[in-house]
Design a binder for this molecule. Sequence first.
Ligand SMILES: Cc1cc2nc3c(=O)[nH]c(=O)nc-3n(C[C@H](O)[C@H](O)[C@H](O)COP(=O)(O)OP(=O)(O)OC[C@H]3O[C@@H](n4cnc5c(N)ncnc54)[C@H](O)[C@@H]3O)c2cc1C
Ligand code: SF4
Length: 533
Amino acid sequence: MTERDTMEYDVVTVGAGPSGLAFAIKLKQLDPAIRVCVIEKSSTIGAHILSGAVIEPGPLDELLPGWRKAPPPICVPAAQDEFYLLTRAKHYKLPTPPQMNNHGNFIVSLGAMCAWLAPQAEALGVEIYPGFAASETLFDERGAVCGVRIGDMGVAKDGSHKPAYTQGIDIKAPISVFAEGARGHLAKQLVKRYELDRFADPQAYSIGIKELWQVPAGRSEPGRIIHTIGWPVDSATYGGSFIYHLDRDRIAIGYVVGLDYADPNLAPYELFQQFKHHPLVKPQLEGGTILSAGARALASGGWQSLPQVEMPGALLIGDNAGTLNLPKIKGVHQAMRGGMLAAQHLARSRSVVGWDAALRNSVVATELRKVRNIKPGFKKGLWFGLGNAAWETLTAGHSPWTLRHRVADYARLQKVEHYLVPDRGFVERTLPPRDRLAGVYFAATEHDEDQPVHLQVADTSICIDRCAKEFNNPCTRFCPVSVYEMIDDANGKRLQINAGNCVHCKTCDIKDPYQIINWVTPEGGAGPNYQNL
Ligand SMILES: Cc1cc2nc3c(=O)[nH]c(=O)nc-3n(C[C@H](O)[C@H](O)[C@H](O)COP(=O)(O)OP(=O)(O)OC[C@H]3O[C@@H](n4cnc5c(N)ncnc54)[C@H](O)[C@@H]3O)c2cc1C
Ligand code: SF4
């Protein structure tokens, strides 16, 4: 084994999403001499980014004041907001909640926006490395984080080295910034190692599934923004949709389901597909084609679940910390603002110490605190949740109480024998894609099949026995791209992992009821190749 190559920087950033890029840009603006790099696992910047996305432009105005003169490639001013309650066959227009008023906001493709931000960061001297997956955190002799290790390339499934084997380099820095997005693979280990969540509620998550459609000419009304609640989720399950009308006859449509759901037989992907067939929705898509599709988890615990965001040698920003405002379904402005504040903190003090206090005293935390009770209210069902949301909105979050996320999402799944599946009134589907496997095509996912499986299941005997009996193998339903299959053939019953389909949404790592699935980084550059999601 040769000695690993090492690169050294003042700051290493993991993740070229809006938080990591805003952080790096701000840091270079404040201190042009600082050496900062950004490591990104996708083959090109933005290829693993999936979002709505209607964004609040405040942080962008501050970071790049001239951006409106040369905006990202997809950038449509918000024109009209509509908010509906759906039943199986009908829709009822409701007043748009104030937090969902998008006046002054823009509909973007966040993937395209990150690809547009990256060269602007590079122009300032930030070094960006797409196709590099940070697979391990490095620690110094005092136990502080001192950088990250890039995963090896060219390792075969059986662990042997293929002819193209290249040992991953170590990137060392006195300060590491983790901006991996929701359920970061390295942040998950750091939270455990440093007990960063000891004073916080468990993080709560949702899964968002999205498609970008090309619709017949004249159908899309650029700037039209639709959100719905109600069908096809039952009132015990948190879920809702977004439909954003873009320019050039394109419509972005998606569905978000709280991963605190209890029904072991629930299939979030099927909910999304059913939603597309509602009479309000189907006419918007019919005759069109899907351009791109995928899924991604959102960190939705908010204020109560915010872990400590600093540790020796490192800090967390963006969805990796959990700064998304769920009632708004907006995390981009929070991620960018948090990244910029972290840059200011580091430029000032050259130390991670005090970042936790700085974030908690910032506008990012104020925004989270204000809406802290809205999402947990929905744990008592849709009607209580709506009433509670109205109260919290009217009182601007000044309730003297804080509703808690006491139980982690995976532990909320009920056993099959205890859960009476409601009739959700599902309809026959006619719109594409036919099924999840057909949907994978639109994510353009690529993984070299001859590499170690990056979905590590600690004990597959649990899948065959206990999980089959207790939960009916929910991984076969909550994965949006059919990675997990239970096979029962001449060789007996077993779990088959189609790792090549994985779109890195992290849902299995979050929702597996026994917590035996561990998502780790595959080879750098592998994964979805999202176009404009
Ligand atoms: C369906 C859906 C709809 C949404 N709608 C909206 C909306 O309308 N408006 C809004 O403001 N927000 C929306 N959000 C939330 C928003 O997308 C997130 O808050 C935001 O993307 C968080 O930014 P981030 O930089 O923290 O993480 P991310 O955007 O997730 O970026 C993280 C980056 O890090 C990379 N990475 C992760 N791990 C590693 C590793 N180990 N090594 C190297 N690279 C790594 C990833 O590939 C990715 O590129 C939505 C989210 C979803 C899923
Ligand atoms: S295997 Fe896990 S991370 Fe990959 S797509 Fe399925 S649920 Fe998401």
